[in-house]
Design a protein around this ligand. Structure first.
Ligand code: SAM
Length: 273
């Protein structure tokens, strides 16, 4: 990339409202890289100033960040569905030793690599689907699985694969719809076959299937309610340790990961569940 990307303080904007030559180059490249989902601040130039959720995901991060250690020195981080790298960059700024961002869309990865260059942050970006995270063959201290669950046609399978990569903590975020948990509502150890009543209770765990589009997006497949997220996280072998904002959970592996061939997926295939 031939752009001159020397770091300049954000205050390098010349007269109010005007951009420096370096900022104009950054702005041009931002446009060349297509539509951005994440609004990053690249030397004072925003990448998605018109985001429909406001200053996203900065607003989300402000709520999630206090639930994570202020310093991540020495830690490894995997950001799955990293998009333009916003969360990966925030972890690197907290001192993480190694940060890997993966995404299925090379257009977003190009944005992420450009942003890393402008921000002067050493983050690795790789094209990889969440369904292939096992190919990495390693665990990470922190795994971020944010804004991706509901975009997957096989979300529960993906969650099981992701959990295998978690050494210390998983940070999970999903769009939620449907009623919140009813006070005191707990999953029963069993339900009688003839009792249909629990399924009609507001807040009973539910994944809503979207056959066509949601918000004009055909990749929105399964939208959980809160009880479904919390039940799925527990069922995937995690303990919820924090819930810093309505759509986000911080979890730790409850027990050591299952031995090879002993995961729920393998046991289901083997008929030994
Ligand atoms: C709604 S965005 C969320 C981005 C970011 N994690 C955040 O919360 O701001 C969903 C991201 O997941 C990526 N994605 C979609 N399907 C994927 C898959 N199968 N594996 C990895 N990434 C995927 C998309 O390309 C997109 O960058």
């Amino acid at each position: 990339m031939s752009l001159m990307l020397h770091r300049a303080p954000s205050s390098s904007t010349g007269r109010a409202g005007s951009l420096t030559a370096a900022q104009r180059r950054i702005q041009r490249r931002i446009h060349e890289l297509g539509d951005w989902f994440q609004n990053l601040d690249l030397e004072g130039v925003p990448t998605a100033p018109q985001h429909f959720l406001g200053n996203y995901p900065q607003l989300k991060w402000r709520q999630i960040a206090p639930a994570l250690p202020e310093r991540l020195d020495g830690a490894s981080v995997l950001d799955i569905g990293c998009n333009a790298g916003f969360y990966a960059f925030e972890c690197k700024k907290r001192g993480a030793a190694r940060v890997l961002g993966v995404d299925a869309d090379s257009r977003y990865l190009e944005q992420a690599r450009f942003a890393a260059e402008v921000l002067g942050l050493q983050v690795e970006f790789r094209r990889l689907s969440v369904y292939d995270v096992g190919q990495l063959g390693e665990q990470f201290d922190y795994v971020l699985f944010l804004g991706l669950f509901y975009h997957l046609r096989y979300p529960v399978y993906a969650l099981d694969l992701v959990v295998n990569c978690v050494r210390q903590r998983l940070v999970f975020q999903s769009m939620l719809r449907g009623p919140d948990l009813a006070p005191g509502m707990q999953p029963a150890p069993d339900y009688d076959f003839w009792n249909r009543e629990p399924f009609g209770q507001p807040g009973f765990p539910c994944l809503y299937f979207i056959e066509q589009c949601y918000a004009s997006d055909p990749t929105n497949w399964w939208v959980p309610n809160r009880a479904a997220v919390e039940g799925l996280l527990r069922s995937a072998g995690l303990t919820i340790v924090a819930h810093p904002e309505p759509e986000t959970w911080v979890c730790e592996p409850t027990s050591p990961p299952p031995a090879p061939g002993e995961s729920i997926w393998h046991r289901e295939l083997a008929g030994t569940l």
